[in-house]
Design a protein around this ligand. Sequence first.
Ligand SMILES: [Zn+2]
Length: 420
Amino acid sequence: MDLILRNARLAPGDPLMDIGISAGRIAAIAPGLVAEAETIDAAGRFVCAGLIESHIHLDKACIFDRTAPEPGRLADSIRRTSMVKHGFTVEDVHARASRVLSRAIAQGTTRMRTHVELDPIVGLRGLEGVRRAIADHAWGIDVEISVFAEEGLTNNPGTDELLVAALDSGIRVIGGAPGSDTDRPGQLLRVFELARRYDTDIDLHIDFGNVPDDMDLDLVCRLTERDRMGGRVTVAHVTKLTTHDIDSQRRIARRLAETGITLSVLPATDVFLMGRDQTDNIRRGVVNANMLLEEGANATLGSNNILNAFTPFGDCSLVRIANMYAHIAQVSTDTDIAACFDMLTTRAARMLNHTDYGIALGNPADLVVFDAASAVQVIRELRQPLLAIKRGRPSMRWSTPELLGPSGSRPSDLPQSIVT
Ligand SMILES: [Zn+2]
């Protein structure tokens, strides 16, 4: 045994457990483990498998300071981002992606799927920069890349060749954004064709809009069934779904469940960009992920964008995203909040088809200790992750706050920040 995490609270009401780790994997889960090993005491705190960021964009993070201001009520995010993309160098992307990965590790995230844009403006520079950042942070987080055309595929010569080059280089998820293509079905057909040829999973940005008309989801469902891709297809945003009446929303949720498609809800971007056509009674545009679960579908919550024209905020905290989502979706019971936590953990693992995820014997020891007694308390009170363990090695540690009361000592200096 290399390390024992003692007195871990895995679920409310359960006895405290010791988690024994050997060669990076969970080797024992039992109360009062007797073994020679380095020991860390969780002191009854809630311990879970590391959080999973199911949807983020590392390549275009942290560029808000270089994009033009919003032109009035319309955010025009894609165009404002496109205008600065030519300046992306491998080194620039590497630095920004590294900043986000450091921050994500500090928030208790140990696995991630990132989207990376390919088009003639940025070429393969974004992909190369993100790959280098992922390699540099492999000690703390595993990251899977999905490549996609943000600025059109069928109408953007040279983009298809870049997608093929990325897939030839080993990328195993293909994404899409048909909303910015002049031939939306054409892009979806091409994405599914490439997925068949390269045996990749699919992760699509679709149906981002303020009206219920003209949704791409039905075609995605039909293509998923045609190619027997159930369990390997994810759709993100789908804000148009929120403009349907509730019966229609539940019917579509059941269709997702039957087809085996996961929906990633991205509350920060959705609530920031939806309803820009309105000045009052502004719609939220955030899909009720708990409703999807009630109908048997799979759902996750993701950060999506960090400090750019799509979301000019961000700290890479999935706990904060879940808390924000719960406010917007107006869910409050312990059962619903626990389900939100599942969307950051087990349900994200299901989306990514990670069969080695969770606190179970033989799985990689990817663990987080929260300064809380339960998952529900973590989300309700935005409790801090205090320690992360990646493949059996402590990878991140925060200190608990120290209140300096009337008789408290005054620190002469403060430690350096561990993240930029
Ligand atoms: Zn996205």
